[in-house]
Design a protein around this ligand. Sequence first.
Ligand SMILES: Cc1cc2nc3c(=O)[nH]c(=O)nc-3n(C[C@H](O)[C@H](O)[C@H](O)COP(=O)(O)OP(=O)(O)OC[C@H]3O[C@@H](n4cnc5c(N)ncnc54)[C@H](O)[C@@H]3O)c2cc1C
Length: 394
Amino acid sequence: MKRIDADIIVVGAGLVGLVAAIVFAKQNKQIVLLDAQPKAAKKLETDKQAAWDERIYALTPGTETWLKALEVWQHVDLSRANAIHAMHLWDETSDEPLELSDNDANLPKLGLIIENQNLIQALWQQIDALGVTLITDAKCKFLENTEQHVQLGLEDGTIISTKLLVAADGVNSWVRQRANITVKQKDFQQTAIVANFLAEKNHSNIARQWFASHETLALLPLPDKYVSMVWSVSTERANELLKLPSRQFAVAVQAQSRDVLGELKQIGNHVSFKLNQQTATNLIAERVVLVGDAAHQIHPMAGQGMNLGFRDVMQLASSLIKLNTMQDIGERTFLRQYERARKTDIVAMSGLTSGLDNLFASDSGMIKKVTNWGLRQLNSQTTLIKLLIQQAAA
Ligand SMILES: Cc1cc2nc3c(=O)[nH]c(=O)nc-3n(C[C@H](O)[C@H](O)[C@H](O)COP(=O)(O)OP(=O)(O)OC[C@H]3O[C@@H](n4cnc5c(N)ncnc54)[C@H](O)[C@@H]3O)c2cc1C
């Protein structure tokens, strides 16, 4: 039997788990980072010549600032990332979009579009630099508590004993189930199709989104004239769309986006994701905290799931740094503070995305009303537009 003692074990080396391991290691905690997958599957190498990764993320300015502070940003290939300077939103009845710009919010940009593999490899470089203990291809077997520690047992007989376990093991979290934390679920009965295109016209660094009843299409700016698409449609319609040859699929996207970017040529493959909302009823158990999709999964229409997970880690890290070295980092009062601090943001973001989905299903003139109302308010200090942007840029 092999025994490992550390301060914190992070279960799950996805984006949120990697960030958690980095921030706690930078606080001089001894970290074990563990993942069920083999190392080769986790450490994606960026191929600079490769076509665009189908998985892309919209990073908020808040997340970017934080990744700079964690010295992850220096490893990001910025030639493969693209700033968002404005957002244009349409619904079925609006001829003119609702326009939100970085100027409205006094920000240099509203966000940044970045590929999954670009971000992942930057995070791994920082993990390697910090000398985090890594266990990959690991099969978790049991979770138990002693008075002072939480112990994670693996199938190969290894026991890892720490003061705190951070569960970042994704939407089907093994830790969450072992800790008997239940979830509330909503099936959107939608599937998101993700693909990249080369557009005929310039995107002008604008993120464009079209809302319809239980349906959203987003075309997000990548460098040059490339765009990344996230199209959330009913699962039935997705199954039809996924059968189309790429040229016909591109024509369908072009029609849905009202030809705004002219002819679209698909680059690479498309992938699809079934959409659910899932929220853990508690974010903590004895010496256990949930972060990222293990704690909450939301609709991708606002591009906020990962940003929300990063904010979980930010909160935990800022609370941890305030503890003195003698205090127990797994102590319940401390974990309760984390849970209380995170609930508002999680409930607000889950409510916003689920609520918008319902709103556009029931009121197809929504964007028109918001546009008219927003424009009427433009002379006042607190326009709806500014509020929307502040929410999205946190
Ligand atoms: C179509 C789509 C578009 C999106 N766009 C955006 C966007 O623009 N911006 C944004 O912020 N978010 C976006 N999201 C959300 C974002 O993808 C997720 O919120 C984020 O990837 C969650 O990261 P995570 O690290 O919590 O979980 P995951 O990425 O699921 O990582 C979990 C990790 O845990 C490991 N694991 C699982 N089980 C075990 C186990 N038993 N033991 C050990 N390890 C285990 C897995 O191998 C994995 O490495 C989007 C989502 C979708 C579906």
